[in-house]
Design a protein. Structure first.
Length: 145
């Protein structure tokens, strides 16, 4: 995919993702508070981000498959500096890698959790953050929060 310029939300100053047509099912599902990822038709492995072939068996056929949105915090980093003005009110904030119960690992944010309560191995669940009228981001929070 060709590189595209950053889009910035005029109300918040927040960077917005560039949505490519082949990723549209993912973004449409997030707006509906659902998580779907590509799943290989051959080996049944789910993965993300989208690529031209299954990273497990290199087949090119896949379907968009629903995920539970449940997983385990696999790794994280805590930022104490706002790298963009809209992040200033979130400092400190955690960027996490979540391993979904279905296998793929996703990098996102952990919300609704004090920094000193973050633990590798903790159960987490998907939550959805509306950024604009047409963009919802996948975030995570501790399971049961």
């Amino acid at each position: 995919m060709a590189s595209a310029p950053h889009r910035i939300d005029e109300n918040t100053g927040r960077y917005l993702p560039v949505i490519y047509p082949e990723e549209r099912p993912y973004w449409d599902a997030l707006r509906q508070r659902k998580l779907v990822l590509p799943r290989c038709k051959s080996c049944k492995q789910a993965w993300f981000p989208l690529g031209p072939a299954c990273p497990n068996c290199f087949e090119i056929g896949f379907d968009w498959s629903p995920m539970t949105g449940n997983g385990v915090l696999h790794n994280y980093v805590v930022y104490h500096k706002a790298w963009a003005p809209w992040l200033e009110k979130r400092v400190p904030y955690a960027v996490v890698q979540v391993e979904l119960d279905e296998g793929p690992r996703l990098t996102t944010n952990l919300l609704d959790c004090a920094i000193d309560q973050i633990r590798i191995g903790m159960r987490v669940q998907a939550m959805y953050e509306d950024i604009t009228n047409d963009i919802t981001l996948l975030q995570f929070r501790p399971a049961g929060a």
